[in-house]
Design a protein around this ligand. Structure first.
Ligand code: PHE
Length: 353
């Protein structure tokens, strides 16, 4: 066996290793050279037949070839391991340039924003905020408000009825306005201060707003069968129509952040107020400039209503108003279709966040 033969064994080992595509193939290739029945192992076995001198020289040559093969083997092992790592990194790669999927913060509905704004302004003027039922008795929605059964004024509020009768045998209704809160709140207020009055004290004035949902058979760009109202009531021993003008004018100018907003009190009719007025506002600048826009009904509380509250109309006098927060929201944000508020389209709603 010549050195050339050893060189060719080493060369074929290198080729075999280079051709092994996986670690398993590589280990198989290795077995053909340095394994138990490998070519190098065979050569080692043949050494026994040689003389001591020849054995020394031959053994050293075979060893050198073996080392060369092992060096080639470990180099190839490293290559395959590197390639495997690269493939794994590539497969598990994260594209950190992709925009994140955030959980967006929520926000209040534009009408809720208006409600909060209304509550804040009236609270600063000493008004309480009250909540009442949307399913209401006939007495609270109409009769207590000086609007008895068969009164023609009832047809101004084409009402939704519920299939349950009240104590008076008349079905409950979905309240068509927040005005039932006038008598409801007055009763609560009187009860709250009953002990104080019995002990010789006085009852504080009634000053409240009552925002909430209301219902009417109406549906177009500016009317929705479910809409919002906010009632206001100020009742005391010396509360006049002048106070209504001051309070409501102040409210509107604060709400719209505009000192040159004009207000107009236009004579009108409601069974529960006398005299009654519709309140119109007029912007002096902006896209609505010059137009009169109705924002509320109002008036001096009718003596019959004061009596239904359990108070003496000779003693108690005041005003009430009912305004539309939906309309106020449309005006404040320049929205021209009321239905957008109730469609639940997130693209519209997120603008107010
Ligand atoms: N309730 C009336 C309506 O819905 C508004 C109103 C409230 C008028 C209070 C006068 C006083 O039209």
């Amino acid at each position: 066996m010549t050195t050339d033969e050893l060189d060719s064994i080493v060369a074929s080992a290198r080729r075999a290793f280079a051709g092994a595509a996986t670690p398993a193939h590589l280990e198989n290739a290795k077995a053909q050279f340095t394994g138990k029945a490998g070519r190098i192992t065979d050569l080692m076995k043949g050494l026994g037949a040689l003389s001591v001198e020849a054995k020394k020289a031959r053994g050293a040559a075979i060893n050198a070839a073996k080392q060369a093969i092992e060096a080639a083997l470990s180099e190839r092992r490293q290559q395959l391991a590197d390639a495997e790592l690269q493939a794994q990194l590539k497969a598990e790669a994260l594209d950190i340039s992709l925009p994140g999927r955030l959980r967006e913060p929520g926000g209040l509905h534009p009408v809720s924003l208006t409600m909060e704004r209304i509550e804040r302004i009236f609270a600063s003027m000493g008004f309480d905020v009250a909540d009442g039922p949307e399913i209401e008795s006939d007495w609270h929605s109409f009769t207590s408000l000086n609007n008895p059964p068969n009164h023609p004024a009832r047809s101004m509020q084409d009402t939704f009825y519920v299939d349950i009768d009240g104590d008076d045998g008349i079905p409950y209704n979905l309240r068509p306005h927040t005005s039932p809160m006038q008598v409801r709140y007055a009763h609560q207020h009187i009860k709250k201060y009953a002990d104080q009055v019995k002990a010789g004290g006085t009852m504080p004035e009634i000053r409240v707003i009552a925002p909430g949902r209301t219902y009417r058979v109406d549906s177009d760009a500016t009317h929705s069968p479910m809409f919002h109202q906010c009632e206001g009531l100020w009742l005391g021993e010396n509360v006049s129509f002048k106070d209504l003008k001051v309070v409501f004018t102040d409210f509107c100018r604060t709400f719209f952040e505009s000192d040159d907003l004009a207000l107009r009190f236009r004579p009108s009719f409601f069974p529960f107020t006398e005299p009654s007025a519709e309140i119109d506002i007029q912007f002096q600048s902006g896209p609505m400039a010059g137009r009169w826009l109705e924002v509320a009904g109002s008036g001096q509380v009718h003596p019959a209503v004061v009596r239904n509250m359990g108070l003496d109309p000779e003693h108690y006098i005041g005003f009430a108003f009912g305004m539309g927060p939906d309309r106020l929201t449309m005006l404040r944000y320049g929205v021209n279709d009321l239905r957008l508020f109730f469609d639940g389209d997130i693209r519209f709603l997120r603008q107010f966040r």
